[in-house]
Ligand binder design. Structure first.
Ligand SMILES: [Ca+2]
Length: 344
C-alpha cells in the first residue's frame, strides 16, 4: 500500500499526468487519442500500436495522422501484428477499409518511431514512474511487456482498459467484447498480473452515452472546428453499423469513454474492485470477462485451483467501472474538439 501512496503523491505534485496509449487505431481510438493529445493536463509520452481493428501498419498510419492533426510529435511505435495464439480478426466491417470511416485522409508525414512497441512500452514505463497506461485494443503488446519485464507493473499508477463487458452483453459475440475476444490469452495475462486495471466495458458507451444525430449536427455546424469534424467524419462507417447492427441510437465511442475516465476519473460514478478472469476456452464464451461481482470466488470450493491465480494475490485489485456521468463525458469530449491545434 505504501507504493500506491507514493505514486499518488507523485501524481499530485505533477502538473501534467504522463500517459502511454496502446491502441489498434481506428475511428474511436483516433478520437480517444485526440482527447489525450490536446488535453493540457496530459502528456502522452508514447503511442504503441497493436493489431486489431485493422492491420498494424494501417493502425500506425491512423495514429500518426491523428498526432499530426493535433499538432503533436508523439512517437508512434508499431508492435504485435497478431494475437498471441489466435488468428487475426479485423473489424473493417465496422470502422471502414482504412479504419477511419473510409475518409481516405492524407498519408502522415512522420514515420513510425524506431523500435518495437513492446520494447517501447517497457522503456517508457520504466522511465516514467506513476505513468497512466491506457489500452484501447487487444492486449497483446501489454501482455508481452509484462511477461518480459514484470517490474514495469510497479511504475503504472493506473491501467485503464477499454475492454470487456461487465456482467452484460458482448458486441462481437453474445458473451464477449471485441478487444478481449481478439486476444483472450493476452487479456488473461494482464488481469492475472498486478497491473492496477480499471476495466471500462463497452456497454458504458451505449444508449445515452452515444452521440446522437442532433449532437453530430452541433459538432459539424456549430462547433465547426477541424477536430469536431474529425470526430464525426472518421466514425461515419461505425455510426451506420452501430445503428443497424448493435441497435444503438448514434455513434458509440468505447475508446473515448475509457480515455475520458483516464483523464477525469470522476466520470466513472460507480466502481468497485473484483476478481476478474478471462474465459479463453469456452465454446460460446471465448473472451468473456468473468467478474466475481458478489464475491463468491473465495467460497467456490469446487473450483479452488481454477481461481488460484486470482485469489492467491489477496484482495481483488481489478476495478470495474459500472456507470458513468454521461453529461460529464460529453462535456470533456466537447471541450477537446474546441481546442485550437497547430497546423502541421
Ligand atoms: Ca480500439
Amino acid at each position: 500500500m505504501s507504493d500506491m501512496s507514493d505514486k499518488e503523491i507523485l501524481l499530485d505534485q505533477s502538473m501534467t499526468h504522463k500517459m502511454i496509449v496502446d491502441t489498434d487505431t481506428a475511428s474511436d481510438d483516433a478520437v480517444a487519442l485526440m482527447m489525450a493529445l490536446v488535453n493540457p493536463d496530459i502528456e502522452v509520452v508514447a503511442i504503441t500500436i497493436v493489431a486489431g481493428n485493422v492491420p498494424t501498419r494501417q493502425c500506425s498510419i491512423n495514429a500518426r495522422f491523428t498526432v499530426e492533426l493535433c499538432g503533436r510529435h508523439t512517437p508512434v511505435y508499431e508492435g504485435a501484428t497478431r494475437p498471441l495464439r489466435r488468428a487475426p480478426y479485423r473489424a473493417e466491417f465496422f470502422h471502414g477499409q482504412d479504419g477511419m470511416g473510409n475518409m481516405n485522409y492524407p498519408a502522415p508525414q512522420t514515420s513510425p518511431a524506431a523500435g518495437h512497441a513492446v520494447d517501447a512500452l517497457i522503456e517508457h514505463i520504466l522511465a516514467n514512474p506513476g505513468v497512466i497506461l491506457v489500452t484501447l485494443g487487444p492486449m497483446t503488446n501489454v501482455a508481452l511487456a509484462v511477461s518480459r519485464a514484470p517490474e514495469i507493473i510497479h511504475n503504472v499508477s493506473r491501467c485503464v482498459v477499454m475492454g470487456g463487458a461487465a456482467c452484460t452483453v458482448g458486441n462481437i459475440t453474445p458473451a464477449a467484447e471485441y478487444n478481449i475476444w481478439c486476444d483472450p490469452e493476452a487479456a488473461r495475462i494482464c488481469v492475472r498480473s498486478d497491473l492496477p486495471i480499471e476495466m471500462v466495458g463497452w456497454e458504458l458507451c451505449r444508449g445515452a452515452a452515444n452521440l446522437i444525430e442532433e449532437e453530430m449536427r452541433y459538432y459539424k455546424d456549430v462547433i465547426n472546428t477541424p477536430l469536431s469534424h474529425f470526430v464525426i467524419d472518421c466514425n461515419a462507417s461505425a455510426l451506420q453499423v452501430n445503428q443497424e447492427w448493435l441497435g444503438d441510437p448514434g455513434i458509440g465511442l468505447p475508446d473515448p469513454v475509457a480515455m475520458a475516465i483516464a483523464i477525469d476519473p470522476d466520470i466513472c460514478t460507480n466502481h468497485s474492485r473484483h476478481y476478474v478472469e478471462i474465459e479463453c476456452d469456452g465454446e460460446f464464451t471465448r473472451g468473456m470477462t468473468v467478474i466475481d461481482q458478489i464475491g463468491v470466488t473465495p467460497h467456490d470450493t469446487a473450483n479452488v485451483a481454477m481461481w488460484q491465480p486470482a485469489v492467491k494475490r489477496g484482495e481483488p485489485h481489478s476495478t470495474v467501472c459500472w456507470e458513468i456521468d454521461v453529461a460529464r463525458w460529453k462535456a470533456l469530449l466537447e471541450q477537446s474538439v474546441n481546442r485550437q491545434v497547430a497546423i502541421y
